[in-house]
Design a protein around this ligand. Structure first.
Ligand SMILES: CCCCCCCC(=O)SCCNC(=O)CCNC(=O)[C@H](O)C(C)(C)COP(=O)(O)OP(=O)(O)OC[C@H]1O[C@@H](n2cnc3c(N)ncnc32)[C@H](O)[C@@H]1OP(=O)(O)O
Length: 185
């Protein structure tokens, strides 16, 4: 099946600049919440992703596939790969724009199998905004920054007020994240 032929980002999307206080290229991004399945270091079965701000409007993330991430024997589960891309795409949106936002839509194309033991080198790019809608895309290469493309993804994030997290999630959300001591205020 071919990728959907829709223009990306969609018509009406405006280019964006990084927030003046956004971390610059080369900055290693910390864990935003220690219990996050994508990046948290207190989440034993999690993805333990590590991310660094790249050039332009990009964030580079790495995800090493372990036996905990299998679908078929010896191969990464597609849903977990989607999770890794959700994290990487959320990271580029959240860190460069410094706006609270959640995934509204996530599209993935799995182009090659991703074996246990391999590392995906993911580059996520902030493509633009249209009102509250943030458009981001990413590709993941196998075992090297210039390795073969294994997965491509694109997503729409929607900006929300912070009470999205306290109303729908843990009312102590802010305190929990602050106590992780790794969230940018
Ligand atoms: C560093 C951090 C890394 C974190 C990575 C992990 C991120 C996540 O996984 S977040 C968790 C998963 N996502 C969620 O739980 C979100 C659940 N959904 C919601 O809460 C709501 O549907 C929400 C907030 C996305 C939108 O609701 P609401 O605030 O009422 O806005 P709404 O008016 O419906 O949508 C805003 C705009 O987005 C568009 N939109 C929303 N969802 C979609 C969608 N799925 N497809 C296309 N467009 C959409 C709407 O059409 C609307 O467009 P327009 O402004 O042109 O009319």
């Amino acid at each position: 099946m071919k990728n959907s032929g829709e223009a990306w980002p969609p018509e009406g999307t405006e280019p964006v600049a990084a927030h003046p206080d956004a971390p610059g290229p080369g900055t290693k991004l910390g864990v935003h919440f220690s219990e996050c399945f994508g990046c948290g270091d207190e989440q034993d079965g999690g993805l333990h992703m590590e991310s660094t701000v790249g050039d332009g409007l990009t964030v580079k993330s790495q995800f090493t596939v372990t036996e905990a991430h299998q679908g078929a024997p010896g191969l990464a589960h597609g849903g977990l790969l989607a999770c890794a891309f959700d994290e990487a795409l959320g990271s580029v949106a959240g860190n460069l724009l410094r706006l609270p936002a959640v995934t509204g839509r996530l599209e993935t194309d799995f182009r090659r199998p991703v074996p246990v033991g391999s590392t995906l080198f993911i580059t996520a790019t902030l493509d633009g905004m249209d009102g509250r809608k943030i458009y981001v895309s990413a590709e993941g290469r196998l075992d090297a920054e210039d390795g073969p493309v294994a997965v491509r993804a694109r997503a729409l994030f929607v900006t929300v007020e912070f009470d999205h997290f306290t109303t729908h999630g843990d009312p102590n959300a802010w305190k929990k994240m602050r106590d992780s001591n790794r969230v940018n205020p």
